[in-house]
Design a protein around this ligand. Sequence first.
Ligand code: SF4
Length: 317
Amino acid sequence: MARESDVTLVKASGPLVSSARRRLFAWWQTEARDLPWRFGRTSPWGVLVSEVMSQQTQMSRVVPYWTAWMEVWPDAAALAGATPAEVIVAWGRLGYPRRALRLQACARAVTEQYQDHLPDDYESLLALPGIGDYTASAVMSFAYNRRIAVIDTNIRRVLSRAFQGVESLGGATSPADRRLANSLLPQDRGDGFGSELETQPPSVKWNQAVMELGATVCTAKNPLCEDCPLAETCLFLAAGRPGLGEKHTRPRQSFTGTNRQVRGKILDALRRQEGSLTRAQAEALWEDQIQLDLCIASLDEDGLIEMAADGSLSLPR
Ligand code: SF4
């Protein structure tokens, strides 16, 4: 039975939610991007790789990396056998390269603990290295068709706007975000959507469609309300989009001049280099030598590079 707080959280009425759902499902049917890990075309492991790569990187940018990666390492056991250097090189310019090493640590755990079969329960997934609530939920829903609310920034923004009429203010996922997502998640049987003709359970389709809408239509700064399947019922649009784009989180630091840029330059140079970078080659990469040294030290600490006694750098073997 729905808790009272769930009922008050969703300002939209039941019929309005059902109608929004129907329109969103019709939109998903025609507008879903044809990404290679969707619609049952890859293994659960392939879904997990796509989710890890898509964190903090746009899905469209991920496609060529994911495709090449899965050709070389189609399952956890294959990735577990790679060297860290191979993994870092293949990660290329996807950004936040620590994710690559965490994915490999996850592959080793799946190989050793589960004989190369990705577990199909939330708790076991969550216990794997580098897997948080979002990725565990996404794998349960998208790979195993289980009814579970998937909550990321895009989903939170769409649900908050369309069904509560207020802007989502970012920050960490709150218990109220979870209650809202759970209260709107369709049942997989008995609500008119669970016919045997459906290949995707409604809860899975809902998670994917809401996320897709947030990525392509109901974007943070410029939502395309005129093209949105939820426009007729959206409480945020009806209210005149109050506080559009407001955020409680700090604005993102620009990339130029940041430690992220310097770390990226060092890793790029190492990816291109056969063997190691001499100290002189490393020094030529960035003018501010103090910042350069800080970045070299942090890459070393993260296990992304190795430093020799003479100051030369290499990818970890
Ligand atoms: S109508 Fe506009 S604000 Fe409402 S869900 Fe659609 S894009 Fe977002």
